[in-house]
Design a protein around this ligand. Structure first.
Ligand SMILES: C[S@@+](CC[C@H](N)C(=O)[O-])C[C@H]1O[C@@H](n2cnc3c(N)ncnc32)[C@H](O)[C@@H]1O
Length: 238
């Protein structure tokens, strides 16, 4: 048998047809870019059109660099010149039931250094939100008010895609991805999947003399649906 000019045995032909008519193959460990992963996610999970897209923590939009998708940008920091300048825990003026997808890539560390000056790293990675004793040394307090707003502005069955990194703060591991998944369920989302994204090398600094924890070279992408079904229904894709 032939398909696209290739010669196949009957078994090979049936396997090829079966694979090519399935949604794009997505595995739970991802070694390529965020941009490619978002695209794979948007081919795989939606049960409604994944459009419009709200990036609620846009910064400079590095994760859309190689994407053709139209994105509505939101950020709390005016330096990034977002379309919507505002706090994603409030989303003032953003209509309800508007978006097919909301993307969330919050800061995963607090301000670096003890002298309170804003560092380049802080601006580039949004490490400007307080993360001290009063917040139990985690940034997870940011999640519940954001999740409430994300649910409001998403259409029913829309997707929330969150990039979450665990951290060590004040000598203890802080499991932000666990907090996020629990809080998302509490907010009424269905947590559909967890994808581990890995990079080649961990972040390193000559200032780090002693290591007590494994250097992280992964983060998590968490896929949540604004509905009760873990799996897509309708299979409508763009
Ligand atoms: C890790 S960066 C996002 C990087 C971005 N995904 C990219 O690809 O370039 C986090 C961003 O979230 C923004 N941010 C932090 N808290 C926010 C809030 N409450 N509302 C909106 N943006 C916030 C920061 O200003 C920062 O630009």
């Amino acid at each position: 048998m032939t398909r696209n000019g290739h010669l196949f045995t009957t078994n090979e032909y049936e396997e090829t047809v079966a694979i090519s008519t399935q949604p794009a193959l997505l595995t739970s460990v991802w070694e390529r870019s965020d941009c490619e992963l978002i695209e794979a996610i948007l081919q795989f999970y939606p049960s409604i059109e994944p459009h419009p897209i709200l990036d609620s923590t846009h910064n400079t939009g590095r994760m859309w660099k190689d994407s053709d998708r139209q994105v509505v940008s939101m950020d709390i920091d005016p330096q990034h010149n977002p379309m919507i300048l505002g706090d994603n825990r409030v989303m003032a003026g953003v209509p309800s039931n508007k978006f097919g997808v909301v993307v969330f890539d919050p800061p995963h560390v607090g301000p670096q250094g003890r002298d309170k000056s804003i560092k380049r790293f802080d601006v580039d990675f949004g490490a400007t939100m307080e993360c001290g004793k009063e917040h139990n040394w985690t940034l997870s307090y940011l999640y519940p008010p954001f999740l409430k707003q994300a649910k409001r502005v998403l259409k029913p069955e829309g997707l929330l895609l969150a990039k979450i990194t665990d951290m060590v703060n004040s000598h203890k591991s802080r499991w932000a991805h666990c907090d996020f998944m629990l809080m998302a369920e509490e907010a009424g989302f269905t947590v559909c999947d967890l994808i581990v994204k890995i990079r080649k090398g961990p972040m390193m600094s000559t200032k780090w003399k002693n290591a007590h924890h494994a250097r992280k070279r992964h983060c998590f992408w968490i896929i949540c649906r604004n509905g009760t079904s873990c799996e897509r229904n309708g299979c409508k894709r763009s």
